[in-house]
Design a protein around this ligand. Sequence first.
Ligand code: NAD
Ligand code: AKB
Length: 320
Amino acid sequence: MKKILVTGALGQIGTELTLALRKKYGNENVIASDIRHKASKVIEETGPFHWADVTIPDTLKHIIINYDVDTVFHLAAILSAVGEKDPQLCWNVNMMGTINMLEIGVKHKLDRIIIPSSMAVWGAGVPQDLTPQDSVLKPSTMYGITKVAGELLCDYYVQKYGLDCRGLRYPGIISSETLPGGGTTDYAVDIFYSAIKTGSYSCFLSEETMLPMMYMPDCLKATIDLAEADFANLNHHSDFNVAAMSFTPKQLAESIRKYIPSFTIDYAPDFRQKIADSWPHSIDDSSARNEWGWAPSFDLDAMTKDMLEKLSAKHKLGLI
Ligand code: NAD
Ligand code: AKB
């Protein structure tokens, strides 16, 4: 990994992944790209940023040729809640973006491409507790459908063209730097901003909705560790289950109350409840642990403490 392109680099994960990769591989060696024209100050100040639409392959090829890119982290996507509001957009960005990236990978002989998947690949027909690695994939959302098809496409390109393509099924990601982009697990980020700013939160999922989640430092570690793993040791490629913790909105509120005792929460479930109900409660990630040594560091209370400290500091500075 000498020259790296990150697509969707202004998103929740892309922003922090770009910064982590720049720290590790050198600022000039990590090119950020997104369909949004204006990058955040920190992304623009620390390295190259280019506009690119993943549905238009020439915009990607241009960067790959100019910078002699050998590795791509393909993060541009439309997430579950936005995807249910505009299924065609979700299909177009997620599927065209993925196949364009894979085709470029073959034609430009890229060393490797990392394409995240999601726990949204699951739906009916699997155990919701400790959902296994190799299982029935029958999602009920357009987003989930694109994630299943994306995994299958990656595995096809591995087998047919020998392309090195890897991916992992993230649970809901919680972070303090960039707001999430329109998913069903966004409540678990929003709740912290509300706790700091107003001391109360109205949750769009019901209090007992148990979902797998992961704190951003673990997400970055998982992504970079998988990207750096020896391909020869991997039996799976595009679909590694990864897990860190599972909790309900009620349990998250209780964790926040350990630090802000007056915090209050109420529940007003909306269309996202149905999506959440179709996803696992917890995930079996033993293949990731065995094949590339995955192990998370943050549990619920450790994450809550860190999120509240980071957001309180930003709030005092008037940044949120
Ligand atoms: P996000 O919505 O925060 O960011 C996605 C980025 O893609 C945005 O900055 C957006 O501007 C950009 N984008 C949209 N359409 C584009 C296009 N046509 N061309 C180029 N860029 C475009 O998403 P995220 O949370 O950072 O997710 C990154 C990846 O991780 C996605 O594949 C997502 O499915 C996966 N994932 C995320 C989570 C999570 O909780 N954040 C969980 C599971 C999987
Ligand atoms: C979403 O809620 O859509 C994402 C995901 C789990 O893929 N956070």
